[in-house]
Structure formats: C-alpha cells, structure tokens
Design a protein around this ligand. Structure first.
Ligand code: TXA
Ligand code: MG
Length: 361
C-alpha cells in the first residue's frame, strides 16, 4: 500500500489547500481506510469507529492485541448520545470544563458501537480533542473516529508525523502531517462508570484538577504500585508500552547524587564497551562527563519534559544505545503522567542514588 503523506499548516486550515487535504482524509475514513492525524496529545491512527471492519484494520496495522479497546474521537457534545448511555451529571460537568481537550471518559456503550472497536467491552472510551486539525478530520470522516496512538504496538507514541512514517508507512492509507503534537503524552483516561470516577491513565488533566471540579476521584492502584498481580483497568496499560530498545533505568534521589551516580555507571558501562544514553535536563546536561547526553527539557517548565519524552526515546533507539539512564521528575501536575510513562518504558527499573558524602581528610 502506498501511504499518501500531506503536510498542512495547522494555523491555516481555512486555506483551500488545507481544506482539500482534510476532505481527502475524510473520504478515506468514510470508505473504511486508515488516516493518521495530529492531536494535541500525540498523533492518532484513525478509522471509522462505527465500522467494525475499518476498526479492525487499525489492529492489523499496529500489531495491536485485539483485546485492547480503542478511543472514539468526537467533535461535538451532540455526538456523544449516539455512542454512550448513562452519562452521569459529573461527566457533563467535566466535559463542560475540559472538552475539547486532552481527556478521555469511559461510559456504557450503545448498540451502535461495534465490539470490534471496544475490544469486546460493554463500555466505550470517548475523547473530544481540541486540536483544530483533529476536529476537522473527525468531522470530515463522519464524526466518530476510533484512534489509538499512531505507533507500532510497543514503540513510543508518535509526537511528529516522521515518527508515524517510521512505524506505519506502507501499512496505512494517509498521514496528515500537521507538525509536532503539543502535549506529548496521551490523554488522561477517566472511568465514569464507577463511583467515584477513577483515573485509569494519568495525563495533562490531573487528579487535582478533576477533584476541584467534581470532588472525589480515585486512581487505579495498579498505576501506583509495580505489583503486577492485578491487571490494570485500562487493558492497554498492562502491555509494556513505550519500550525503548535499550535497557532503561530511572535514577532517583537528590539531583546532585543522581548526576554523580549516572556519571559513575556511565563510566563503568562505557569502559566495558557499551553505548550509554543519558536523559538529563537543560539544568544538568553540562554536568555529565560521558555517554550520549540529551536534554529532555527544562525543570522550570514540566510541559517541555512531557513534550520531548517519546521523541528522546525514539532518538536513542535510532542511535542504538545499549543502556539509557534517566533522571527522575517530580510527580506534581503533568509530572505524574511523565513518570507513569517513563516507569513503564523502564519496566519499573529504578535505582536510588546514594547521598554523596564528602570525604573528610
Ligand atoms: O491522547 C490519546 O488518548 C491518544 C490520541 C490519539 O487521542 N490516543 C491513545 O489511544 O492514547 P491508545 O489506544 O494508544 O490508548 C487508549 C487506552 C488504552 O490503554 C486502552 O486500553 C484504554 O485506553 N481504553 C480504551 N477503551 C477503554 C475502555 N472501554 N475501558 C477501559 N480502558 C479503555
Ligand atoms: Mg498507545
């Protein structure tokens, strides 16, 4: 299959050129094809979510396990009633504040939603993205676009069209290249079928933000512990997603201790002939003495860290490093989403840097 790749300027969607690209994407989706498109979180791989055969193609293209349900993307509140029932008052409150935006909510599904889209579940995940290109593609494609992240299963999610091309060129009909996705980590998933509502995946809309709005909000405990005896409630969270090829280790502790621990291990590994990657920050990269050093962003602005996370993991993949050592980041705000993805990428491999004790002579 030849993949059509079309670039558009997301700030100029009203131009004829952009409109033609959106219309082409819409035609392909309505005919049951696959189109990757940017959203404010990561790139999505879209198909008509009400067409079981079309949704099935997503699983084949990504190599995705068939029990892992898809999120249906809508572009208006009116669209919700056709796919979801028993919508609680709290969901309406949350939607009024955070839709469109980086938030997915889970509801009981209607008969219109095929089990091929929900992985056999009676519930459906719904998101209304705020990215204008995403909204235009959803509308052009019929209004109900099932879209997982547009990566091969097991690889880091794509935040740029080039990442989608790397993974899926030749396997999908079209890529709409709208430049970099802004946030860089996937949407928060909030299960509205339980009381209190439960976060199944942390994202840019945080537990604190939701609590402020609707009161009690719980968090799937399997996200917090690395105890794997219980499966997470979002089927996709059980897979070792976002996995870089190299062995990734997160180093925790005071920042100076972390830096000296990473320097020490890097020295040992490099000495033994291995290629080592280091994930540092603008504030720390000049303190590393060896290895391939990359800054993930600045500690002054956690959003910059979220937006570069997957890209940096992909870069280390292509540089074929054997080991990656990463600093860890504070868990407040979007930091919980960053640490959740980083811990998964590392298979929960964390070491604690020992406090550096100055030697008394
Ligand atoms: O930001 C995002 O949400 C991106 C963009 C493209 O919108 N999409 C995304 O989709 O991250 P995906 O398929 O990579 O992740 C969807 C997650 C999976 O972990 C899946 O198991 C969970 O949502 N999920 C979907 N439907 C569900 C349901 N009915 N119940 C529980 N979990 C569900
Ligand atoms: Mg994904």
């Amino acid at each position: 299959m030849k993949t059509i790749i079309k670039k558009l300027d997301r700030t100029k969607l009203e131009q004829d050129e952009s409109k033609a690209i959106i219309a082409q994407a819409g035609r392909i989706l309505r005919e049951g094809g696959l189109v990757a498109f940017p959203t404010e979180t990561v790139y999505g791989l879209g198909a008509d979510g009400l067409n079981e055969a079309a949704a099935g193609k997503i699983y084949a293209a990504k190599g995705r396990p068939s029990d892992n349900p898809l999120i249906i993307h809508i572009a208006s509140m009116e669209a919700l009633g056709r796919i979801a029932v028993e919508i609680p008052e709290a969901a309406v409150t949350v939607a009024q504040k955070y839709w469109p935006g980086p938030l997915t909510m889970i509801f009981q599904k209607t008969d219109e939603v095929p089990y091929g889209t929900t992985g056999g579940l009676e519930t459906v995940a719904v998101r209304m993205p705020c990215d204008k290109t995403a909204q235009a593609v959803i509308l052009a494609g019929g209004g109900y676009i099932a879209a997982p992240s547009a990566n091969t299963s097991g690889r880091p999610s794509p935040t740029k069209a080039e990442h989608v091309k790397e993974d899926l060129e030749g396997r999908i009909d079209m890529i709409v290249d709208g430049g970099a996705a802004g946030i860089g980590v996937e949407s928060t998933i909030l299960d509205m079928t339980v009381t209190p509502p439960m976060i199944l995946r942390p994202g840019a809309i945080t537990r604190e933000m939701l609590r402020e709005l609707i009161g009690d909000v719980s968090v799937d405990q399997t996200l917090i512990t690395s105890d794997s005896s219980k499966p997470p409630k979002a089927p996709g969270m059980k897979y070792r997603h976002y996995a870089p090829k190299a062995e990734l280790t997160i180093v925790e502790g005071g920042l100076l201790d972390v830096i000296s621990a990473i320097n020490q291990i890097t020295g040992e590994k490099s000495g033994a002939g291995y290629r080592v990657g280091i994930i540092g920050t603008d504030e720390t990269i000049d303190k590393y003495r060896g290895g391939i050093i990359k800054s993930i962003g600045t500690r002054q602005d956690e959003d910059t860290i979220a937006s570069h996370l997957y890209e940096i993991l992909r870069e280390f993949d292509s540089e074929e490093v054997d080991y990656i050592f990463s600093e860890s980041f504070p868990a407040g705000g979007i930091g919980s989403a960053v640490m959740n993805r980083l811990l998964k990428a590392a298979g929960h491999h964390v070491i604690e840097a020992r406090p550096h004790v100055a030697e008394v002579k």
